[in-house]
Design a protein around this ligand. Structure first.
Ligand SMILES: [Zn+2]
Length: 370
């Protein structure tokens, strides 16, 4: 939705994959300047004796601190973040890095293997069981190992996710609140997206449980499960690099829009008919009340039903799998009633980029509070 994504990939695709060793041990943050480590850590055993592991990379720059944790695939079918982490390790020169990065491309290897959100045998959602249990089920043990050996050793982190299958989400950080826990917005804003979502979370989510012990972890949603999509991978790269620049791990100015919009509480647009859904909007577009969102057409009678926006809204997600029943969600929207334009991030000498979303929203005659 930000139009052009500038990832500088043509010039920078140099492979810095001269890893020191492949170790079955916890990450070593005491490696030398400019060194990289690749390894795997044991979490528990399967029925046939196979070890369940968490594979990781470590890259140490010219300074040791801060330590940034990048992880993906807490949900095994969410692939874009896996590629983002691999590209970060392929493209960043450790000698340009002021800090250490720990990269965990796939936390939930069991679910990844099963092409599934969760491990189908255990059935537990890894992102609902943090900080995990040492003697729990295999998913709880993975959570325990990840939380204690990776999260607790980081100063902050980015937790990469996507929408579920058939549920494509625009790139955005999702700020999770829980009871009296409400994280600082600065970490989410440092990704540089125009839209930031404020959303009540659940107990056991990584961002909430890490935040409660003072380690800010940002949930960053990029795209749709089950797919590798260049647009969302680029958006993920851009967000991670912005974050690293903002916190001084990389040199350079982060590209952060002067105006970022904070939206709260998404709503679903539900089909009232069965058939095939033909979307007429894209994720990231602004829609006025009564605007067409799509058509549901019966493949047997040709009868058409028009789906309209029931309010002024931002389309944050559109169904990408066309077969729907009555009751299937076809779009996910956020309304502007609770939308606020955030004040520009201060004292960081940021580039003043125009905010496309603010201008489109105003063009459509939708009010945003400043
Ligand atoms: Zn997820």
């Amino acid at each position: 939705m930000n139009g052009k994504i500038n990832s500088n990939k043509s010039a920078k695709f140099i492979y810095y994959t001269c890893f020191l060793t492949l170790q079955m041990s916890e990450p070593n943050l005491n490696i030398g300047k400019g060194e990289m480590q690749r390894g795997s850590i044991h979490c528990g055993e399967l029925e046939d004796g196979t070890s369940v592991t968490i594979p990781y990379f470590v890259m140490r720059g010219i300074r040791k601190k801060p330590v940034l944790l990048l992880n993906a695939a807490l949900h095994g079918e969410e692939l874009n973040g896996i590629e983002v982490i691999n590209r970060i390790f392929e493209t960043i020169n450790p000698l340009e890095l002021k800090g250490t990065i720990i990269g965990v491309p796939v936390v939930n290897t069991l679910a990844f293997r099963a092409r599934s959100r969760v491990d189908p045998i255990d059935g537990k959602d890894l992102n609902r069981v943090f900080p995990g249990k040492k003697d729990g089920t295999i998913t709880e043990r993975v959570a325990y190992t990840f939380f204690n050996k990776f999260v607790k050793r980081a100063d902050f982190g980015i937790d990469l996710h996507t929408g579920m299958k058939g549920h494509l989400l625009i790139p955005h950080p999702r700020v999770r609140t829980y009871k009296d826990f409400s994280p600082s917005l600065e970490y989410s804003r440092a990704l540089g997206t125009e839209i930031i979502f404020y959303h009540e979370g659940s107990k056991g989510m990584l961002t909430i449980e890490a935040g409660k012990i003072g380690i800010p972890v940002v949930c960053f949603e990029i795209g749709e499960a089950g797919r590798l999509d260049e647009y969302f991978i680029d958006a993920g790269m851009k967000g991670v690099i912005n974050f690293m620049k903002y916190f001084g791990i990389l040199d350079g100015e982060p590209e952060i829009p002067e105006k970022q919009i904070l939206l709260k509480n998404y709503k679903e647009v539900v089909s009232q008919y069965g058939g095939l859904f033909y979307p007429k909007v894209k994720a990231g577009e602004v829609a006025k009340k009564n605007q067409f969102i799509g058509i549901i057409k019966s493949p047997f009678t040709g009868e058409k039903h028009y789906v309209r926006a029931f309010t002024d809204c931002l389309i944050i997600g559109v169904r990408s799998q066309p077969v729907v029943r009555a009751g299937t969600s076809v779009a996910w929207i956020m309304t502007f009633e609770e939308g606020n334009i955030l004040p520009s991030l201060q004292n960081k000498n940021l580039l003043k980029l125009p905010s496309k979303m603010v201008s489109i929203t105003k063009e459509k005659g939708i009010e945003l509070k400043e």
